[in-house]
Design a protein around this ligand. Structure first.
Ligand code: ACO
Length: 459
């Protein structure tokens, strides 16, 4: 198979949200801490009718409906999540209901778990299956989602929720670039969930940001080397274009909060300065080259401010257009970087200019696991799966985001999170929150019986 990539997508928009500005007042922090300091506008909240399985069931069934792909045409389904409802039974098996009722029980794949990285691990599995001797010609689907909630305190405003489903196969309009992938993994306690009965992580926020930044540096260095070698092996010319930030039409990151992506883009810019890349203005190279290195510059706030300023144009062009969902929904954990990819693609008005261009993705999951890789936009022939179709489904999600959510006051959010904390792993359970906020054609949790079995229905 050639040109393996994303054929179609569906994005979930949770029913409730809280304004970050209201949260600032409620939490009694200085005005601007969440909206300017973290760069967040709204935080997505799920009602008690929405759990991780209902989110995943909804995006999966919509993906099948919208694309017209029959469940029997799916040979692999991988799930990425860190929102666990069962220690042994995967969410993938819950999703099998949609296949088994259509006569298909031959679907490989189970759940992938490692903080926000599980979605990327799931995608890699799907690609590898299609490129392997075990591929039977059918499509793969990747579903990833999380309900990201933190205990009361400074991490709470960086919560959120989301889920997406991707149809993966050959002849795709967005292709995973062969050979261009870097990885950095380590044992760190920056964010983990040792309390199995609590939805909240134990988190060392500052350490997690440092780990994220180290992973970003390591992945970018390795990515550039590999991509450069890839370029050279595919070119007959003696000199090929150097790989740097100007190589990409878009640059998207796992997004715990928007401000971190601006810092991350400026950090990649610093990498390019240190590498002496040709597009960097020479006064800037003279100012910094040989005088700074990646390790010692990690906590240098003055340098960070200068680099944010110098890289602002690149950020506004290549990263900011991808941040609409993150800014208005918060951290979605596993699907975060993919909402950014789709937001970026749907923001582009001239598809012709995108064809043949690369988009760089950085995926980070605490603990830690991270990868950087690139995708190439392609004009497809003889296929109903096009970039325009992907942009259309992203715009539909954006319409729901802008028009169909219900605002909650922060005290109600706290009440709701307390209820989730208390009832998360209790049985039996029946959701009690008002159902007015639920949307038709979404799947919802109907009940959990005394044996902890969960039942869902379409609203
Ligand atoms: N106006 C403007 N900016 C402000 C204001 C204000 N009134 N008040 C504070 N700020 C700025 C701060 O200067 C700081 O800016 P800086 O990052 O450039 O230094 C920023 O807002 C955040 O303020 P801090 O005091 O650093 O925030 P705090 O330490 O309370 O919390 C943190 C931030 C650590 C990110 C916390 O929200 C957290 O733990 N989140 C969860 C962990 C996380 O998201 N990690 C990221 C990678 S791992 C993952 O995805 C889970």
């Amino acid at each position: 198979p050639t040109s393996v990539g994303i054929l179609a997508c569906e994005l979930y928009i949770p029913s409730l949200y809280v304004e970050q500005s209201s949260l600032e007042t409620y939490d009694n922090v200085s005005k601007g801490k969440y909206t300017i300091g973290l760069g967040q506008q709204r935080i997505a909240i799920c009602s008690d009718h929405e759990d991780i399985c209902s989110l995943c069931l909804t995006v999966l069934s919509r993906l099948l409906d919208q694309t017209g792909v029959h469940p029997q045409q799916i040979g692999r389904l991988d799930v990425g999540t860190e929102t666990l409802v069962d220690k042994a039974k995967s969410i993938k098996t819950v999703l099998m209901q949609l296949f088994a009722e259509n006569g298909n029980t031959a679907v490989e794949g189970v759940d992938n778990v490692n903080a926000c990285y599980g979605g990327t691990a799931a995608i890699f599995n799907a690609i590898h299956w299609i490129e392997s001797s075990y591929w039977d010609g059918r499509y793969a689907i990747v579903v990833m989602g999380d309900i990201a909630v933190y205990a009361k305190g400074n991490a709470r405003p960086t919560g959120g929720a989301g889920a997406c489903a991707l149809l993966i196969g050959p002849n795709a309009p967005i292709v995973f670039e062969p050979g261009c992938r870097s990885t950095y993994m380590k044992h760190v306690y920056d964010f983990y969930k040792p309390n199995l009965s609590s939805p909240y992580p134990v988190v060392d926020g500052q350490l997690s940001v440092q780990c994220y930044t180290s992973a970003l540096d390591a992945c970018y260095t390795q990515y550039c080397t590999k991509a450069q070698m890839n370029n050279e092996s595919h070119s007959n010319q003696s000199s090929v274009n150097e790989v740097n930030l100007s190589t990409f039409a878009g640059i998207v990151f796992h997004t715990p909060y928007v401000k971190l992506t601006q810092k991350s883009l400026s950090r990649l810019y610093l990498n390019d300065i240190i590498r002496g890349c040709s597009y960097i203005p020479s006064p800037l190279v003279e100012k910094y080259k040989g005088k700074i290195d990646l390790d010692s510059s990690m906590n240098d706030k003055e340098l960070e401010r200068d680099l944010i300023e110098k890289s602002r144009e690149v950020y506004e062009q290549k990263t900011l257009p991808g941040l609409y969902f993150s800014q208005n929904m918060g951290n979605m954990y596993t699907p975060s970087v993919y909402y950014s990819l789709f937001s970026f693609l749907s923001s582009q008005t001239n598809d012709e200019q995108l064809y043949g261009r690369r988009i760089l993705l950085f995926s980070y999951g605490s603990g830690l696991a991270s990868s950087m890789y690139s995708m190439i936009c392609r004009k497809v022939h003889d296929s109903r799966f096009t970039l325009a179709q992907i942009q259309k489904s992203v715009k539909q999600a954006r319409h729901i985001l802008d028009n169909e959510r219900t605002e909650l006051e922060p005290d109600l959010m706290d009440k709701l999170l307390l209820e989730r904390e208390e009832k998360d792993h209790k049985a039996p359970f029946t959701p009690t929150q008002p159902s007015e906020v639920l949307k038709s054609d979404n799947m919802y949790l109907q009940s959990v019986d005394k044996n902890y079995r969960r039942f869902y229905e379409k609203f």
